[in-house]
Design a protein around this ligand. Sequence first.
Ligand SMILES: [Zn+2]
Length: 356
Amino acid sequence: MEPPLPPDSHYMQLPREVLIGKQVAPLVGATLTRLGIRGRALIVTGPQVKNIAADIVLTSLNESGFSARTSIVEGSTTEQVILVENQIHEFKPDIIVGVGGGKDIDVAKLSSMHTSKQFLSVPTAASHDGIASPLVSMKGLDRPYSYVAHSPVAIVADTSIIGRSPYRLIASGCGDVVAKYTAVRDWKLAHRIKNEYYGDYAAELAIMSSRLVMKNSSSIRMVSESGVRTLVEALISCGVSMSIAGTSRPCSGAEHLFSHYLTMKAPRPALHGEQCGVGTILCAYLHGANWELIKEVLHKIGAPTTATELGIEQEYVVEALTKAHTIRPERYTILGESGLTKEAAQRVASITGVAS
Ligand SMILES: [Zn+2]
């Protein structure tokens, strides 16, 4: 057992190295060597990305003298985490390397934390900020939202691999970054109303990420090298802001509760970041902020801005505004302690054009 921390203190656990650029995946082995890590490596990856990225990482590890094995996981469930933990106990790796989308990285993150191992993150998609954050969101847990696990020791983000992922994932990643526009407003609000801890530095870092993605929406839409890089850097910075804050607060406010609600209740939910983007339009309106700008940026990026574009029935969008506050009652947001009334929710959805 670790000794308890004095009040008003928390650890800031940050990645030691971030390598980002074209064709950097073959440098995973060299990156670990630079960090003084050697010996055995367990790659945790999904079936779709094995050929795209995990095999490149495996070769890189072998060339750097690692004894490496690959573990293929199917989704982020607690069963998959236990499976990987058993493999860790048996193989006794010195490092876990998560290669893939958010789900594969989450399994690597959680199984490495449970077994007190370090992990390195190799994201193959930029669909949300979990690729670089200390947080995990797993299926099979009793809550739909993320909680703090541990940070990757290093991140190797190959923009040539990420740039080839389906565009929908990139647009979704933008939605998750734009969401910080309202997440930080909610954090400030909770500080004022509930005297919750608030950190300017973490908040500014999250806001800066959302501002940069908004500013570079055209180059992201073109999937140019600089556009993809801006998005990946923004997602990594969001992860770092959560590490600094010691909580997901700078990156997750009412727009995230809205998205979690849809993921739980809608028959055919959209992607996390897509839902967060639409939630940001609605919550920006509630904050009296520039919701038109958010809508315009998301539209330019090619991310959904309405219930129809999300493929979700309008009634769930209205319901989410009235009930999403119940998902995480301790997280005070613009939705307040009782949520919006149905009439207010309908009005917000209609004024912003999210639902008619
Ligand atoms: Zn998110």
